[in-house]
Design a protein around this ligand. Structure first.
Ligand SMILES: NC(=O)c1ccc[n+]([C@@H]2O[C@H](COP(=O)([O-])OP(=O)(O)OC[C@H]3O[C@@H](n4cnc5c(N)ncnc54)[C@H](O)[C@@H]3O)[C@@H](O)[C@H]2O)c1
Length: 324
């Protein structure tokens, strides 16, 4: 099986590649794995170092918006797992053009390329942010999409285009909508690695608004296991939510990180809230659990401790990124 992984040098994509090539994802044993990545600020060759010598891995530096590169790399591909995206909400507030280009036009270019190449299966990695914000309860997959940030709107657009390629052309597209990921190799602009790296360096951390926004934290290993289940056992044209089952306010998350790093609340600096900051995300994971046997395995306590340990042990990875 030949697998094409877009965005495979980023946080989640590289985890998927490392796990796929070390036999850790049941049902996925690629003969060839091609990473297609533009290597933006978020793409890091070092993320693939542990598997760089694997003869099955080929890394292509290219843009998913480029139809020629996409055509070349789609040829002979059995499965596409599409992670490539502009992924940081704050950057989408500062300027949305790159988000629309990569997330919307790039996804359409990939889908068209997959259709023309006769690719068997296309897994589109979406996000719970496409649903908007929910005060109580959890979203099932059929809930209407109501994204609030330019990032979420660009992901909702790509999510719908992916769905349309299935409905219109019969392309085997499967969509996953996951909650907030954390774990090693996450770029230190996102809240957990930003807070951890600031705290271990004796710096303050910026907490948005009243700190009561709720996120469901999902360890990146559990996310990749869920994607593998959808890729191997999911159904064409279906959407699957993937969650971690751990809802925390940002204040609760901060308390945990302060505890693990031995800091206190004097290290926390309240800052003005993010524009259109969604109050709460919560996905209902009944479908993937009952249909595909998914269950998150990494508890939040263990997952956060391991993540902090990884950042302590890998300063050479993140210090240059923070210096910019
Ligand atoms: N991180 C999360 O918590 C989270 C939650 C839900 C969904 N997602 C989704 O998962 C996917 C991966 O997220 P991530 O956190 O690993 O992102 P990331 O920002 O760490 O990595 C994105 C990768 O895509 C590459 N890329 C960007 N533009 C490209 C282009 N035009 N052509 C080719 N490659 C390009 C980057 O170089 C990078 O390697 C994204 O689609 C994101 O929307 C992420």
């Amino acid at each position: 099986m030949r697998v094409l992984v877009t965005g495979g040098a980023g946080f989640i994509g590289s985890n998927f590649v490392r796990r796929a090539l070390t036999g850790w994802l049941p049902g996925l044993d690629p003969d060839e794995l091609v990473v297609l990545d533009k290597f933006t600020y978020a793409g890091n060759p070092a993320n693939l170092d542990p598997v760089a010598a694997d003869p099955r891995l080929r890394v292509v530096r290219g843009d998913i918006c480029d139809p020629a590169v996409v055509k070349q790399e789609m040829a002979g591909t059995d499965l596409v797992v599409h992670f490539a995206a502009e992924s940081h909400v704050d950057r989408s507030i500062a300027g949305a053009a790159e988000f629309v280009m990569t997330n919307v036009v790039g996804t359409q270019t990939l889908l068209q390329g997959a259709l023309e190449a006769g690719v068997d299966r296309f897994v589109h990695v979406s996000t719970d942010e496409v649903y908007g914000s929910i005060d109580e309860g959890s979203w099932p997959e059929e809930h209407p999409l109501a994204p609030n940030s330019p990032y979420a709107a660009s992901k909702a657009s790509s999510d719908l285009i992916a769905r349309a390629f299935h409905t219109t052309h019969g392309l085997d597209v499967r969509i996953t909508r996951c909650s907030n990921n954390y774990g090693p190799h996450q770029f230190p602009e996102k809240v957990i690695p930003l807070f951890v790296t600031n705290l271990v360096d004796g710096e303050q951390v910026p907490l948005y608004g009243d700190g009561l926004n709720v996120r469901d934290w999902l360890h990146v290993d559990d996310h990749c296991a869920g994607i593998a289940l959808v890729a191997t056992r999911g159904r064409a044209g279906e959407v699957y939510n993937i969650g971690g089952g751990t809802e925390l306010t940002n204040r609760e998350l901060t308390t945990r990180l302060l505890g693990i790093t031995g800091r206190d609340w004097s290290a926390v600096r309240p800052v003005a809230d993010r524009l259109a900051h969604d109050r709460r995300y919560s996905v209902d994971i009944t479908k993937i659990s009952t249909e595909l046997g998914y269950a998150p395995r990494v508890g939040i306590e263990e997952g956060l401790r391991d993540t902090v340990r990884w950042y302590l042990d890998n300063r050479a990875w993140w210090e240059p990124l923070k210096r910019g």
